[in-house]
Design a protein around this ligand. Structure first.
Ligand code: C2O
Length: 557
């Protein structure tokens, strides 16, 4: 009887528009601690959350408020980013160090406080300072509001699958060495699936086991938490039905291989329709440029209940690492669900038309012996971003002068054949330059790869927004003809997009979130080298259109 009354109340609350339905408050405590691990051919202390890597999965529902107290017990400065959470007006909780907050110093703590609005699906959290995200990362699972079903048949079970990269040596030593030399850092020693390289690896570990029962459907929430590598993912003998990426629903389609860049998430359904046996699950690198990668394949096992432990595993081979057609086939199949309930709100007109070249460069470095007196850098529109020592959002809110300028160029200052023969001068300019956007402006941004040093596929991530991927092509963007081919009806909506090697993508978004928002390559090596910038979005004039004031415990630099 009481239960029925409760249901009735819920029914009224949910369907009466005058009653605000608020979510729950979810509380988490993240203790950042060193943990000794003997995994993967090396025994060393790594930085973890609560002693685990991948760390805890953060569960919440749409409309919930999430409070995470992050306590720093390690010797490094720490900050945590909730990758893909919109953070409407709460940039203070976004997490990138020196962009929206000063880092949490050793012995200090900070309460991240945000509400999840208009989002449901899989995202990830990760450290956003130094290279700590190599081991400091985990899943965010946002369930739909109570009573709201998935737009696809409810799976029997859901499983988080975190893909990662592992270095035998300390990752901070790896990147510090590279910065000193001016050259590229060492590639990782293994890929991992839920922390394990798997039974095929030389550093034998049992590997992750995905237990299934015949006839049931499972949803995998796949996350690429690797630092520097895009990955292929597939399962022997099973098709994957893609239903969501970056916490937005897509038109379901079947594929045997997905490609997933660092920072991206993909939900797939699998039907356990093979009767019995063990089936190999693999994650292997995708790299279609002449650039070194970790060529190891991580493996896991899909295991039907009732299968003998001694039975052999059905094998599946990884695509060649330069399998561009395999990657394209997957990427080109992604479309927004664009249903009545989940419409694709693509900006149809453009207030701000931006063109950013992204790529590498070479700058002088007298102390770089290994690099012959020069160092590899990276840039957007030839600007290598310099990290400030005061957080940009604070400088903006409190009007602290001299931290940044707002002269980031909206298009390249020097026009050249971006994907042709590389220019002789590869030098970039350095600065902490932001691009200012009026509140609610609709933005079209062309991201154009360059052939400087080498063309390369760059997964670009925008904080604070989702964007629609309205176009993509190879070569130089043609501003006359390419826009005619844009998809303004059901383009995929995401927060991280791979710019194809030697090509471009066009994205659109509405600048409806005031604050300072980072845009960067999600290959950590390129972020380190300067492939990053930030947008400064002004407050609007209406109520609820201004950045909220900072919390009292906001860390100080
Ligand atoms: Cu997932 Cu700025 O990063």
């Amino acid at each position: 009887m009481e239960l029925n009354l409760l249901r009735l109340f819920f029914f009224i609350a949910c369907f009466c528009p005058t009653i605000m339905v608020e979510g729950l408050v979810r509380r988490y405590k993240f203790d950042v601690v060193m943990k000794n691990t003997s995994r993967l051919c090396s025994s060393k202390p790594i930085v973890t959350v609560n002693g685990k890597s991948p760390g805890p999965t953060l569960y919440a529902r749409e409309d919930d408020t999430v409070l995470i107290r992050v306590v720093n017990h390690v010797k490094y400065n720490v900050s945590i980013h909730w990758h893909g959470i919109r953070q409407l007006r709460t940039g203070w909780a976004d997490g990138p160090a020196y962009i929206t907050q000063c880092p949490i110093r050793p012995g200090h703590n900070y309460l991240y406080n945000f509400t999840i609005t208009g989002q449901r699906g899989t995202l990830l959290w990760h450290a956003h300072i130094l290279w700590l995200r190599a081991t400091v990362h985990g899943a965010i699972v946002i369930l739909p509001k109570i009573g709201v079903p998935y737009p696809f048949p409810k799976p029997h079970k859901e499983v988080v699958v975190v893909l990662g990269e592992w270095w035998k040596s300390d990752v901070e030593a790896v990147i510090n060495e590279a910065i000193k030399s001016g050259l590229a850092p060492n590639v990782s020693d293994a890929h991992t699936i839920n922390g394990h390289p798997g039974p095929l690896s030389k550093c034998s570990s049992q590997g992750f086991k995905l237990s299934v029962e015949v006839g049931k459907t499972y949803m995998l929430r796949i996350i690429n938490a690797a630092l520097n590598e895009e990955l292929f993912f597939k399962i022997a003998g099973h098709q994957l039905t893609v239903v969501e990426v970056d916490a937005t629903y897509v038109k379901p389609f079947k594929t045997d291989t997905i490609v997933i860049a660092p920072g991206q998430t993909t939900n797939v359904l699998i039907s356990a329709n093979q009767g019995s046996g063990k089936y190999m699950v693999i994650a292997s690198p995708f790299m279609d440029a002449p650039i070194a990668v970790d060529n190891t394949t991580a493996t896991a096992t899909l295991h039907y209940s009732g299968t003998l432990a001694t039975s052999s595993t059905s094998f599946v081979s990884s695509p060649p690492k330069n399998a561009t057609p395999v990657a394209n086939k997957f990427v080109d199949s992604l479309r927004s669900l664009n249903s009545q309930k989940y419409p694709a709100k693509v900006p149809l007109s453009v207030d701000q038309s931006l063109f950013f070249t992204i790529g590498l460069g070479v700058n002088p470095c007298p102390s770089c012996k290994a690099g012959n007196g020069s160092r590899v850098v990276a840039d957007i529109n030839n600007v290598t971003f310099v990290m400030p020592t005061t957080a940009l959002l604070q400088a903006h809110f409190f009007n602290i002068k001299g931290v940044f300028t707002t002269d980031f160029p909206g298009s390249p200052l020097v026009v050249f054949n971006y994907t042709g023969k590389q220019p002789t001068n590869l030098q970039t300019v350095s600065g902490t330059k932001l691009y200012r956007l009026p509140y609610n402006a609709t933005v079209q941004l062309i991201l154009q790869d360059t052939g400087m040093i080498s063309p390369e596929n760059h997964p670009i991530h925008l904080h604070g927004f989702n964007f629609f991927v309205v176009g993509k092509g190879i070569g130089n963007f043609d501003s006359k003809n390419d826009p005619n081919k844009f998809n303004l009806v059901d383009p995929v909506e995401r927060n991280t997009i791979s710019v194809p090697s030697g090509g471009w993508v066009a994205i659109r978004f509405r600048a409806d979130n005031p604050g300072v928002w980072f845009l960067h390559c999600h290959l950590e090596v390129h972020t380190t080298w300067g492939l990053k910038m930030a947008f400064l979005v002004d407050n609007g004039k209406g109520p609820n259109q201004s950045l909220l004031p900072p919390p009292k415990d906001l860390p100080k630099c």
